[in-house]
Design a protein around this ligand. Sequence first.
Ligand code: PGA
Ligand code: ZN
Length: 430
Amino acid sequence: MDEDFKIKQVKGLLALDSRGNPTVKAIVKTERGIGVGISPSGASKSSKEAVELRDGGKKWNGMGTSIALSKLNEVIAPRLVGIDSRKQAEADILLVALDGTSNKSSLGGNTTTAVSIATSKAAASTAGLELFEYLGGVGSKVLPTPILNVINGGVHAGNNLSFQEHILIPAGAGSFSEAIRMAVEVYKNLKEVIKEKYGKNSVNVGDEGGYAPPMNSSREAFEAISAAIKKAGYSLGSEFFIGIDPAASEFYDKEKRKYIVEGKEMATADLLEYYKELVDEFSIIYLEDPFDEDDFEAFKEITKELSKKVLIVGDDLYATNVTYLRQGIEARATNAALVKVNQVGTVTETLNYVRVAKEAGMRPVVSHRSGDTEDPFIADLAVAIGSGIIKTGAPARSERVSKYNRLLEIESLLGPSAMFLGKEPFLRSM
Ligand code: PGA
Ligand code: ZN
């Protein structure tokens, strides 16, 4: 029986991500099971993340992954063969040791992420368990409240919006599938609202499937979302709420120590004021990376002021890394922590980060990347850890929808025991 779980074969293959960039796909086989993992890739990356190994040079505009794939096939594969696929920590510690750097720059975080995910899936498949059950146990019953980036800006879109993500939150729904239906209805109405005001050239979409209209301020974006909520027959503040991921490091001028927002220079205090106005005007309950990724003090300030009504989330601030998370806990910098497996590079390190966040009373929020793939791993991860919230883009484009579709499947598998917490996961004051 134990023999069945032994890793027999590990293979790396080229795949493309949703932006058409090469990425790493890993296939791990046991005697009776198989797991496939594909690494996603960010655009507004934190400087604290695991490094992606890219070939450089002319081919693929420097983005090739042939070195990463040869490391996978020649360095990692021979060492993983023979290990029990259920020993996720043993396999991941081996990856960390083989890499030998603090940021996975030798093997590449893109390489280790794919292998680590594939290993967990191979074990689940060999055991005949659903991945979320295998990773989280029999208590894994909470379907996350989806938060959907429906207007894209920043480095995810070719428009003038400084803030990266304008997020629709169907927290008043009674179930996951109802939340998705309501979100789709608003997403469709949003298209009409944008078309009416900005013309038909304005409904093209950005990297995460949200519209990328030629707006100049986030207020315009939230006004359009509010109008779409109303047009769909819902109300903002009870059925729907709004979230923002400004990804503030992207518009922070480190020299001037100023944020360049919507054509204006803003000091930290000005930006804080702007957030407070938006929170009150638009029923905002989620705010990720409001300040630069190194400014723990500014995070601490906003958390002190808003944590009773808003989830303040560290993404680039923590980069799914317990070292930075511990700094945030110490400083009471946020009341939530974003979770992206490829920021740290292994499933084991991700689960450890989630444990530390939860122990500190911080809400873990599972997230996709702007360059993503058909791999729905994070859907199972969200249910396994009981994150209560998942951020995986607009309800459009297959790399986004693959996660929603997997969650719909999990909801159906769980049947009447499936739980959906709606707004509850957002209420977490520090
Ligand atoms: P990224 O952005 O995947 O481009 O880094 C997503 C986010 O900031 O949450
Ligand atoms: Zn973010």
